[in-house]
Design a protein around this ligand. Structure first.
Ligand SMILES: Cc1ncc(C[n+]2csc(CCOP(=O)(O)OP(=O)(O)O)c2C)c(N)n1
Ligand SMILES: [Mg+2]
Length: 352
């Protein structure tokens, strides 16, 4: 099974004594997980796309261009990018409402995602779904689910279909630390292990469920152990380091593909922004957020390594940033000028 990345230091000093992700550093302690130059560049630009897209979505929300709920993924980018660097052709992804990063990492069009956020006709759901209701069969992205934990039985069902069709695919089922306390998660664990389904449960432990810290809501805060009574193994991984994410993902996927059933990866991560755009964030200090941002940022880690190895200079990295910003600008422009759906659209995609 994937090796646990248990780090000795406790940099974010929260109110439990669990190990915390390693600090931004140019050292290569995890030599086995070392990236090539190409992989570092790939990780850098893919994470940056999510970061810049989310920053722009936040601005557009503030301008009143995006309505409803909007949950940003800023801070957690290494999780989904590292996993997408590990998956194989045809593997599926399903997650909750904090889903923009997953869609972009799956290769969905930033224009279509942003246009859905602004409720326009060329959005992925023709402007009728918004942030939490986008799907792409083509890119194997199965949502985006607003009911906490709902994606877990759905992802298990996708894995059941894979098993039934003998197609060798694995369903990556992402959920949060808060969702890990949902009953349907454990019904899914039971069936997944009983039938040895190819499902990889990825718990994105960003330490909070809305305004509730994990330590306030959970008797067992080591979420990698949550499958033990079903005989599902799990590991805890530094979810701020894209290299350790990819390495753990590859091992876990090999486990699932070998017919050994489900497994769990608990990704230790952190969200910088509020739960949603309307979160006053009274439950944590600014210092706590700043500390993670300055010492553990997933993108800064890659930037620091690229510079230290002299694989890039500041200018080259600025150029990548500029090209990522151009993609995001184009998406924002499109999502602002694309018309709203025709009123007749109200009667399409409705099932009786
Ligand atoms: C069944 C259900 N209960 C409550 C809610 C309200 N709610 C929305 S998000 C959320 C917190 C979930 O936190 P977590 O699973 O840690 O995910 P994160 O937001 O941190 O990504 C809650 C309680 C909901 N959407 N669905
Ligand atoms: Mg959470």
């Amino acid at each position: 099974m994937a090796k646990a990345q248990r780090k000795a230091d406790n940099p974010t000093a929260l109110d439990d004594d669990r190990p915390r992700p390693a600090a931004v550093s140019t050292d290569d302690a995890a030599t086995a997980d070392r990236f090539t130059k190409e992989q570092e560049f790939e990780a850098f630009s893919r994470m940056l796309l999510i970061r810049r897209f989310e920053e722009r979505a936040g601005q557009m929300y503030g301008m009143g261009l995006i309505g409803g709920f909007c949950h940003l993924y800023i801070g957690q980018e290494a999780v989904v990018v590292g996993m997408q660097m590990a998956i194989g052709e045809g593997d599926q992804v399903i997650t909750g409402y904090r889903d923009h990063g997953h869609m972009l990492a799956c290769g969905m069009d930033p224009k279509g995602v942003m246009a859905e956020l602004t409720g326009r006709r060329n959005g992925y759901s023709h402007g009728k779904g918004g942030s939490m209701h986008m799907f792409s069969r083509e890119k194997n992205f199965f949502g985006g689910h607003g009911i906490v934990g709902a994606q877990v039985p759905l992802g298990t069902g996708l894995a059941f279909a894979n098993r039934y069709r003998k197609n060798d695919r694995v369903c990556l089922t992402y959920f949060g630390d808060g969702a890990a306390n949902q009953g349907q998660v454990y019904e899914s664990f039971n069936m997944a292990e009983l039938w040895k389904l190819p499902v990889l449960f990825i718990i994105e432990n960003n330490r909070y469920a809305m305004g509730t810290a994990l330590t306030r809501s959970s008797a067992q805060t080591d979420l990698s152990k949550r499958g033990l009574s079903f005989n599902i193994p799990g590991v805890e991984v530094d979810g701020m380091d894209v290299r350790t994410v990819k390495a753990a993902g590859e091992e876990a996927l090999a486990w699932c593909r070998a017919g050994k059933g489900p497994t769990i990866i608990e990704m230790m991560t952190y969200r910088y922004r509020g739960h949603s755009m309307s979160d006053p964030a009274k439950y944590r200090t600014k210092e706590e957020v700043d500390k993670v941002r300055t010492e553990h940022d997933p993108i800064e880690q890659v930037r620091a390594r690229l510079l230290a190895r002299k694989w890039a200079d500041e200018d080259a990295l600025k150029k990548i940033d500029a090209s990522v910003r151009a993609v995001v600008n184009e998406a924002a422009e499109f999502a602002t000028n694309d018309p709203e759906p025709e009123p007749a659209e109200l009667y399409t995609d409705v099932y009786r």
